[in-house]
Ligand binder design. Sequence first.
Ligand SMILES: Cc1cc2nc3c(=O)[nH]c(=O)nc-3n(C[C@H](O)[C@H](O)[C@H](O)COP(=O)(O)O)c2cc1C
Length: 159
Amino acid sequence: MKTIIIYSTKYGCAGELAYLIQKELKGECKIVNVMKSSVPPLNDYDTVILGGSLYIGRIQKQLKKYVNEHLDTLLTKKVGLFLSAGDPKAAENEVVRKNVFPKALIEHAVAFDVLGYAYKFDKMGFLDRFIVKRVAGLSENVTEYYENRIKAFAEALTR
Ligand SMILES: Cc1cc2nc3c(=O)[nH]c(=O)nc-3n(C[C@H](O)[C@H](O)[C@H](O)COP(=O)(O)O)c2cc1C
């Protein structure tokens, strides 16, 4: 099995989740930050994992653009979708689902879940800090990776 994980992130958590997924997978697995590097052609890969982080119900536009431009090819691969998001149930939320990935891709995916979150106050700008304080009532760094979900996610992709 040859896998590629394509992710987008604002403060790094989605990238950390990509590396945790990679650790759980067997076989070769390349990781690409779609915001920084170009994604190689998908011909070489039979499994494609796509993940972004959620801000006001949306993921980064670079990942959305990549997915929209490669949807036909993605629908021929084994696909897993993940989110880095404060709401652990975000992947079940109908409005979020509509905004993040095309319906056809979500239906095609073997797994779609929130795998963890982080609030990195030391990296956040003023506005993000203000919003998180107001909405989540937090003011210190927090990181949580959902180990069981990451394992189940990787298992669904290797099955
Ligand atoms: C301004 C702001 C808006 C956010 N909006 C949402 C949201 O709509 N839903 C959600 O589940 N989490 C939301 N979050 C939490 C982020 O998704 C979470 O911090 C995520 O782990 C960040 O991942 P990243 O480090 O990969 O960017 C928000 C965080 C910030 C700072």
